[in-house]
Design a protein around this ligand. Structure first.
Ligand code: 9Z3
Length: 302
């Protein structure tokens, strides 16, 4: 199925109009400012219309949520399109540990423990600054179909050289069309289910050629076999003609990525054990590299 038929045959999510209006208002209030759309987390593919089970794509959301913070530091306005319940910027530092950082003073007040202040303050400050200045918009998705609609709607609003599309979400290549899905929970006493997955159309072509051809576009390539990473990344650049592919392997993604451009140059970003011990995050280095590339692209478009 091509991408046009996909959108013709899969209706938009029920809250689509209101979400896209919020994205539009956000984009309009930051005209002529550098803006990044970050997609983050994995999509789900339900196997039942009343969904109890679904197929998921692996991604914790670290890449996207950490990158969002570094893009804000670099002066970008951020639209964060993320899988519900995956990691979010700022909050990611406290997942599961927030309550341990607080203490009860009396029955009318609580406070941050003195010992936690130095860690909590700078993060809270950056979060509040970004929120108060309306510099970040977070948009959640869960299913592949929601992601596909929100990606298209957001990209179409960002078709300028000010925009950077940083497509880090782990998007399923396979799905079950709702028309072919069981309505209710599949029953084990009916025997092992036969589930036919269909191919998801490659919307990156539409992103680069139709929805946002004027933006600087980065896709991510996730592999588990080192032997095919470069070749697959280069293949994507040839097929979609966008500016950059960031290739990574599942097990080394936090310490090594490869940036591959249209000129065929491959840049390796590699963290040492020492870097990791010192709390350096690879997203910090990725974002400064990418910012420099977007700056050069931006200047060349004048
Ligand atoms: C990535 O490769 C991301 O870097 C990760 C980040 C998902 C590995 P985490 O969220 O992991 O920090 O745990 N994203 C792209 C994944 C993907 O599905 N790419 C498609 C592909 O490789 C192209 S859109 O074919």
């Amino acid at each position: 199925m091509d991408w046009e038929s996909f959108y013709d045959t899969h209706p938009s999510p029920s809250n689509y109009e209101s979400i896209i209006t919020a994205v539009e208002n956000f984009v309009c209030s930051h005209e002529n400012e550098k803006m990044v759309l970050i997609t983050s987390g994995g999509t789900t593919v339900p196997i039942e219309q009343n969904t109890v089970r679904f197929v998921d794509n692996f991604s914790l959301g670290t890449r996207g949520s950490a990158s969002a913070e570094y893009f804000l530091d670099a002066g970008y306005v951020v639209i964060f399109l993320y899988r519900s319940n995956s990691l979010e910027p700022f909050v990611r530092h406290f997942n599961n540990s927030l309550l341990d950082k607080l203490e009860i003073v009396d029955d009318k007040s609580i406070q941050v423990k003195q010992s936690e202040l130095d860690t909590l303050y700078p993060i809270l400050k950056k979060y509040k600054d970004a929120k108060n200045a309306n510099r970040i918009l977070t948009v959640p998705f869960t299913t592949l179909i929601e992601y596909m609609w929100l990606l298209r709607g957001s990209c179409m609003l960002m078709d300028t050289k000010y925009s950077l599309l940083y497509l880090a979400a782990a998007v399923s290549d396979f799905y079950i069309p709702p028309s072919e899905m069981a309505e209710h929970k599949v029953q084990s006493n009916d025997g092992p289910p036969m589930i036919a997955l269909r191919l998801v159309p490659k919307v990156l072509y539409a992103v680069t050629h139709i929805w946002a051809p004027n933006a600087y576009i980065i896709s991510f390539k996730l592999e588990t076999d080192y032997g095919i990473l470069e070749q697959k990344s280069k293949g994507a650049l040839i097929k979609y003609k966008h500016q950059l592919v960031i290739g990574n392997l599942l097990h080394t993604r936090k310490r090594n990525v490869k940036l591959i451009g249209q000129d065929g140059v491959i840049e390796d970003i590699l963290l040492t054990d020492e870097d990791i011990k010192n709390g350096i995050e690879i997203e910090d280095l990725i974002v400064s590299n990418v910012k420099a590339k977007h700056d050069r692209f931006f200047e060349s478009q004048k």
